[in-house]
Each structure stands twice: as structure tokens, then as C-alpha cells.
Write a protein that binds this ligand. Structure first.
Ligand code: FMN
Length: 366
């Protein structure tokens, strides 16, 4: 962590974190991970998700994952923060901040938790997460299932992780669209001192109407209000916490231009591109390919890279881009950087490739 106020509960003896004779070199063996993954894939997607993450959490707590420390990369400064490597964990895998230390011990250069909404909410009925192994994809319609701001902040305070933590905020499903800004402002205020950067998620396809916030006057008003609140909070806490906006991949050229202009006008600190796609043509004919929800993984690799490229043409060096969407290999990570991303994030690639992908990406892009 850099300038974040560190809750006392998070100040733990460093010795416990830095040496462990039982360390199993988590970023290691792809073959072992694939055996484990095949076993996990026998369970329903959401069950295996929780089983795997809870197992990892207990292994980490037992001290067998080694230090809670980023893999050494080529450190880079983005949004005024110093990232030890360019490979982060994307939002949605750890919605409540339950697995911060476990994820950190895998070597990510930064971790984004959430999306968190002001009040707890159950999300959509199950099943709501589907693997498409033949396409190396995932379709989800989770619908921001999360325990709410208060519970997340308790988990953050308990975490030992000292690296860069992003907190991704959204609106409750039952908050009327006209009051959406109030939910984001509430989230911003609540997480301000706990986060190193805050992501405004206006691109999940699973909260009805949310993506409307990406356009025109709605976007302008929302981001202006958030920037103003950010300024007030920065003065109040004598600390500036940058704001990132996360967008969908389903954008036409004109829409990219419109969004980019608003980001520049309002002075947003970073763009995260992209969230999942609603374009199911990419997985037509695959088992589960017609499920409702957002598609991620390999089918998203190219579309997400093209959206990054489109935004980079508009934003240049003025607003840094964090590239996410279908990074399944080191070449995919490299392509995101070549298209203009300064940092990258993994989700589906981590599910399919395991911790070895983090290490391989760090080795290639730093
Ligand atoms: C099961 C699942 C849940 C997700 N939940 C969130 C979320 O809560 N907030 C968010 O901003 N993105 C969420 N995402 C999107 C990811 O952060 C990422 O943007 C997207 O999956 C594309 O990256 P990938 O192809 O590497 O998975 C979720 C993705 C998946 C697969």
C-alpha cells in the first residue's frame, strides 16, 4: 500500500509474511493446476469458485503460500501510484474482500475487490455462472451479489495485504435509475480511505439500465458529481484517491469518442476497459453459449483489445488505461499493452490458466 491510511489491525509482523519453509511456490506448476482445475470443473461453476477460493484462503492462512507479496516486475507509476508489476486481479472474483491476502500471495501487482453496493443484495437466482471450456469462456449474470459496504470495509481492515487495493463500486439493483448517482456517491465516501483507487462500474450487463450511465448527459452528470465529491474528500482526508471508470466492450466508435471526451472533461484518473460482453454470437453453438449474462474469456480477447486501441487513440497519454478482457496468455497481455494499456487485469484467464499465468505475464510485460 502506498498512501492509504493503514488500519491498525492490518499492521502485522512482517516476519510471518516473508519466510515460510512450507511454501508451495503458488505461481508454479501449470500441469498441477490443470489437474486441480479439471477436478474443480466437475462441480457447478459457482460451487467450485467458492470451494477453490476458500481452500486457497485456508492454505494461505496456514502459511503455505509464502509471502503476501507482488512478484517482482518492472515497477510503473500510474494514477500517481507505484505498481510493483503490471498484472492485477480484475473485479468480481473477490466481491466482498474475503480473499485479499490469498490473492495477494499469488503475486498480483494490484488487487481490485467488489463490485460492492451500498446495501447487501443477493444477486440473481442460481445458476448464474457458466463455464464454456470449449471456448475458454465464462458467462455470468451474478447481478452484484455482495454483502454491502460495511461488511467489505471490515474485511479490508482485517487483511494483512499492504499492496495496491482498488475498490469497485456500483449501485443496488433496487435503487431507481434516477437515484443511481446517490449510490455511487455513498460508495465513494464509504471506501475513500480504505482504497488506493476507486473504480466506478457503469458497465455490468447484469444490473438493468446500468450501462445507460455510460452515455451522454448521464455520464457527464455522474462523473462530475463524483469528481466534486472526490475533491471534497481529498481535502477532508488530505489524500487524493484516484477514480477509474470501467466500461463495456460493446461500444461503437462514436460511443468511444463520446465517453473519452467526458473522461477528459471531467478529469477522470483512469479507464478500465473492458467489462464482459453481451455479444453471444462469439459463442454461438457452444454449450451454455445462449445463457443470459456477460461473456468473458477468450472470445473477448480481440474485441476488448480493439476497444482499448480505440480509447487510446482518443486519450493518448492523458488518461491511463487498464486493459482487461480475455487475457488468456502472455501474448494477450502483451497485445493489451501494445494497444495502449499501462496495466492489465486477469479474471477468466486466471480461472483457466491458474497462478502460472500471473507469473508468465509479469515475466513478459513486467
Ligand atoms: C463471474 C464474474 C463476475 C464478475 N463480476 C464483476 C463485478 O462485480 N464487477 C466488475 O467490474 N466486473 C466483474 N466482472 C468482469 C471482470 O472483472 C472482467 O472485466 C471481465 O471478466 C473480462 O475479463 P476476463 O475476460 O479476463 O474475465 C466479472 C466477471 C466474471 C467472469
Amino acid at each position: 500500500m502506498q498512501s492509504r491510511t493503514i488500519p491498525l489491525t492490518r499492521l502485522v509482523p512482517v516476519a510471518r509474511l516473508t519466510h515460510n519453509p512450507l511454501s508451495i511456490n503458488p505461481p508454479g506448476n501449470l500441469f498441477v493446476y490443470k489437474l486441480l482445475r479439471d477436478a474443480l470443473f466437475l462441480m457447478p461453476a459457482e460451487t467450485s469458485h467458492h470451494f477453490a477460493l476458500n481452500s486457497l484462503k485456508y492454505i494461505q492462512k496456514a502459511g503455505a503460500l509464502g509471502p503476501c507479496k507482488a512478484l517482482a516486475g518492472a515497477p510503473v507509476e500510474v494514477m500517481g501510484l507505484r505498481f510493483p508489476n503490471k498484472v492485477g486481479l480484475a473485479a468480481g472474483l473477490d466481491k466482498n474482500g474475503d480473499y485479499i491476502d490469498a490473492m495477494a500471495s499469488l503475486g498480483f501487482g494490484f488487487i481490485e475487490i467488489g463490485t460492492v453496493t451500498p446495501r447487501p443484495q443477493p444477486g440473481n437466482p442460481r445458476p448464474r455462472m457458466f463455464r464454456l471450456p470449449a471456448a475458454q469462456g465464462i458467462i455470468n449474470r451474478m447481478g452484484f451479489n455482495n454483502h454491502g459496504l460495511d461488511a467489505m470495509l471490515r474485511r479490508v481492515a482485517q487483511a494483512q495485504y499492504q499492496g495496491i487495493l482498488g475498490i469497485n463500486i456500483g449501485k443496488n439493483a433496487d435503487t431507481p435509475f434516477e437515484k443511481a448517482a446517490a449510490d455511487y456517491l455513498c460508495g465513494l465516501r464509504a471506501v475513500y480511505t480504505a482504497a488506493d483507487y476507486i473504480t466506478i462500474n457503469i458497465s455490468s450487463p447484469n444490473t438493468p439500465g446500468l450501462r445507460t450511465l455510460q452515455y451522454g448527459a448521464e455520464l457527464q452528470q455522474l462523473l462530475s458529481a463524483l469528481k466534486q465529491r472526490q475533491q471534497e474528500l481529498a481535502e477532508q482526508h488530505a489524500r487524493y484517491v484516484p477514480l477509474a471508470v470501467k466500461v463495456a466492450p460493446d461500444l461503437k466508435e462514436e460511443e468511444i469518442k463520446g465517453i473519452a471526451q467526458v473522461l477528459l472533461e471531467t478529469g477522470i484518473d483512469a479507464l478500465i476497459a473492458t467489462n464482459t460482453t453481451v455479444d453471444k454470437d462469439l459463442v454461438q453453438g457452444f454449450k451454455h453459449g445462449a445463457e443470459q449474462g456477460g461473456l468473458s474469456g477468450k472470445p473477448l480477447t480481440h474485441p476488448a483489445t480493439e476497444v482499448i486501441r480505440g480509447f487510446y487513440q482518443q486519450l493518448g497519454a492523458d488518461i491511463p488505461i487498464i486493459g482487461v478482457g480475455g487475457i488468456m496468455s502472455v501474448d494477450d497481455a502483451q497485445a493489451k499493452i501494445a494497444a495502449g494499456a499501462r496495466l492489465v487485469q486477469l479474471y477468466s484467464g486466471f480461472i483457466y490458466g491458474g497462478p502460472a499465468l500471473i507469473k508468465a505475464c509479469v515475466q513478459r510485460i513486467g
